[in-house]
Write a protein that binds this ligand. Structure first.
Ligand SMILES: NC(=O)c1ccc[n+]([C@@H]2O[C@H](COP(=O)([O-])OP(=O)(O)OC[C@H]3O[C@@H](n4cnc5c(N)ncnc54)[C@H](O)[C@@H]3O)[C@@H](O)[C@H]2O)c1
Length: 285
């Protein structure tokens, strides 16, 4: 497929561009920042500017065009990195621009980065049950997350307006790399250090795998999937993490060993997602 990837200079974007190319796809990356991977990384485009988005999705100069799919990863990636209103204006408007331009240009596949935050992070109000999944109504607790929730809602309507389109939102857990794994042993004695996302994470290479599977999936409509590793960031069994306000929560599925509390069952079942990277293997190797 010919695939346009936004946010191509970022953490998930670079892994995704490389992974899609390894799997034989033709990829053009766009980003507002130059790619550390050089000119192959992509072109400079501001996603918050609809004109620039439409032109890029129509093909930048003589490069590609005629895209079969758009992977939209470009965003300010967390609360606190910029003022709230700036994050909302950048992320929600960029999402609108991608969905609207795809519809305008007849691009029927959009895969985009939602976020685990819509599940209610940092869980000062406990989730309704564990493991958390895609079955309860979003609970954004920050402006960043509100933007993602608004994008999920927009995606549902764009899919309704274009019934032959597929718009898949991937609710990534905290995206981490081998460099990050070096820190993991530092918090093993402190349950509170990573309780904010129920001790979840996803390796950047597995995030890229989920993007590819979503692009290659033969489906229509708007859908969301939690994309998390099979395990937690802790060495102790996951049931031992469920203390305090989490202790009495309904357990909707068996929680065995170090199993993730952010269920990736839907992504496994419907996309064929199989995380290949666990931090434990990388740290203990
Ligand atoms: N990193 C995480 O832990 C995490 C978790 C959940 C969801 N996400 C989402 O995944 C996506 C990718 O995140 P990441 O970790 O690779 O972040 P990143 O900051 O490494 O990459 C994001 C890229 O988007 C680009 N960008 C931002 N605004 C833009 C604009 N207006 N025009 C053009 N480019 C723009 C940035 O220049 C950057 O290169 C984001 O949508 C983020 O919200 C990330």
């Amino acid at each position: 497929m010919k695939i346009l990837v936004t946010g191509a200079s970022g953490r998930v974007g670079r892994a995704t561009v490389a992974h899609l190319r390894e799997h034989g796809h033709e990829v053009l990356g766009i980003d507002q920042a130059p790619s550390p991977d050089g000119p192959d990384g992509g072109s400079i485009v501001d996603l918050a500017d609809f004109g620039q988005v439409v032109e890029a999705m129509s093909g930048v100069d003589d490069r590609l065009g005629g895209f079969d799919a758009v992977v939209h990863l470009g965003a300010v990636p967390a609360p606190g990195k910029r003022p709230n209103a700036t994050i909302f204006a950048n992320n929600a408007v960029s999402g609108y621009n991608i969905f609207a331009a795809a519809r305008m240009l007849g691009i029927r596949k959009v895969v985009w980065a939602s976020s685990e935050t819509v599940l209610g992070l940092p869980f000062e109000t406990p989730p309704p049950y564990v493991p958390v999944d895609e079955e309860y109504t979003v609970r954004p607790e920050s402006t960043y997350s509100l933007g993602k929730a608004v994008e999920e809602e927009m995606a549902r309507h764009f899919a309704r307006w274009q019934p032959d389109a597929s718009i898949i939102g991937l609710r990534f857990s905290n995206v981490l790399t081998d460099d990050d794994y070096r820190r993991f042993d530092s918090w093993q004695d402190d349950l509170s250090a990573r309780s904010w996302n129920l001790w979840g994470y996803i390796d950047h290479r597995d995030a890229a795998q989920a993007v590819r599977l979503a692009v290659e999936a033969d489906r229509t409509g708007a859908e969301v999937f939690i994309v998390a590793a099979d395990d937690t960031v802790m060495r102790r069994p996951s049931v031992e993490l469920l203390t305090g306000a989490l202790a009495g929560l309904e357990r909707r599925a068996p929680i065995e060993g170090r199993a993730t509390l952010l269920s990736n069952a839907k992504a496994r079942r419907e996309l064929g997602f199989q995380p290949r990277f666990s931090w434990v293997d990388r740290v203990d190797a």
